[in-house]
Design a protein around this ligand. Structure first.
Ligand code: HEM
Length: 392
């Protein structure tokens, strides 16, 4: 789906939050011919759509996969798939990852601390989540590099708004998906013979009892976890560092009172949401604020705009690390609410605890090289060079 007119160049994307503020005030709902979809910019409307899967279906073939995924499955089947996965992807399994997350964060900081500088995304936030997901799934350490390469390739975005760029991305993504499918099927085959305490084994075992997913769907689920949880979490971490440099006073506050870090992470999610929009398709005619949405129409919930809707959040355009309550919809809302949210939150918490234990005086060194990611991830930085002082 191409970017909307107001955001179709990197220059325009720098002013995205201003664009959305104007749209909320002038055209909170509109049909976009170029994107062939309805656009929703208000919090209330986005929530209304996301909590009504009967009228607004998730059955879009978004990821270029031919196999059904949990994300594109509607109730009632969605509930069966989700509960199957929840049995394996338990709170305990997430909590058990804490020491691994801490040591991965420490290892990555060991590599940069003496230099006193790093690129936040390239050196730190980029590598971390994919190692965590590899650990969670049970990918052997020696395959991490391959796994990371393919997961980056599967999530890569377009360079510009040309048909050629879209075609390159489609081909790259499809090839990475094909190779990951072969790779993960191989691991699954090994686990069937020799089960291990990992998520690949656990989801396979819970499926054995209920037989809800076909084998290709099972392998596709592993890929979904990777795609859904990799770049989004990298973006959360980079944006968190960005917020710490934009509000340097927070560095000392959070160091002295680490119990405030979870709130800080929530505000980063609201302010710079890693995923900016959630699409759905109407299953029946429905009227919203006088607009007739017809069965078959695509609708798009701009969560990035909803998260700064002044009707929902006081001083919505201000970063307030102590905001309470903070009912942002960066993880979606309702039926498909992010399955990995507890893991993403834990990663955020542990990463910022570790970072602030080891570094202080973190500052952006070169604003010219603070580069936004291309659409649709324009709330996040692709490059963010910082300098810091390492604590002894
Ligand atoms: C769903 C955002 C991290 C796995 C979603 C949705 C959003 C989202 C907006 C809803 C999609 C929809 O309604 O169509 C994020 C953000 C993350 C993050 C912002 C990080 C900051 C993760 C992680 C994992 C994960 C770490 C797994 C390891 C999933 C899955 C779904 C999902 C499986 C589909 C749930 C369903 O359809 O029932 N995520 N996510 N996510 N996320 Fe995340």
């Amino acid at each position: 789906i191409p970017p909307m007119e107001e955001l179709n160049t990197p220059e325009k994307q720098k002013n995205a939050f201003e664009v959305f503020r104007k749209l909320r005030e002038t055209t909170p709902i509109r049909y976009c011919e170029k994107r062939q979809m309805w656009e929703f910019f208000l919090y209330e409307d986005c929530v209304r759509i996301l909590k009504d899967p009967k009228t607004f279906s998730s059955q879009l073939n978004r990821a270029g996969s031919t196999v059904a995924s949990i994300i594109t499955t509607d109730p009632p089947r969605h509930k069966d798939v989700r509960s199957l996965v929840e049995k394996a992807f338990t709170a305990k399994r997430v909590a058990n990852l804490e020491p691994a997350i801490r040591s991965i964060a420490n290892e990555l900081l060991d590599d940069v601390i003496e230099n006193g500088r790093m690129d936040t995304f390239f050196d730190f936030a980029g590598p971390l989540p994919v190692i965590v997901i590899a650990d969670l799934l049970g990918v052997p350490n020696e395959d991490r590099r391959l796994f990371k390469k393919l997961s980056m390739q599967i999530a890569s975005g377009v360079q510009d708004d040309s048909e050629e760029s879209y075609e390159i991305v489609r081909q790259n993504n499809a090839e990475a998906r094909r190779q990951l499918t072969v790779y993960l099927q191989g691991i699954l085959d090994q686990r069937k013979v020799e089960p291990k305490d990992d998520l690949i084994t656990a989801v396979w075992q819970s499926n054995l009892e209920e037989n809800i997913l076909s084998e290709p769907e099972l392998v596709n689920f592993y890929i979904t976890l990777l795609v859904a949880g990799n770049e989004t979490t990298s973006n959360l971490i980079t944006s968190g560092v960005r917020a710490l440099t934009e509000h340097p006073e927070l560095q000392e506050q959070l160091t002295n009172r680490p119990e405030l870090i979870p709130n800080f992470v929530e505000e980063v999610l609201r302010f710079y949401p890693p995923s900016t929009q959630i699409p759905r398709i109407a299953t029946q005619d429905v009227e919203i604020r006088g607009h007739l949405i017809q069965a078959g129409d695509m609708v798009n919930c701009w969560t990035v705009s909803a998260n700064r809707d002044a009707a929902k959040f006081a001083n919505a355009e201000d970063f307030d690390a102590d905001r309470k309550p903070n009912l942002h919809i960066a993880f979606g809302f309702g039926t498909h609410f992010c399955l990995g949210a507890p893991l993403a939150r834990l990663e955020g918490q542990v990463v910022f605890e570790t970072l602030l234990q080891r570094l202080c005086d973190i500052r952006l060194t070169d604003p010219e090289r603070a580069v936004l990611q291309p659409f649709p991830r324009f709330t996040s930085m692709h490059e963010y060079p910082v300098a810091f002082t390492g604590k002894s």
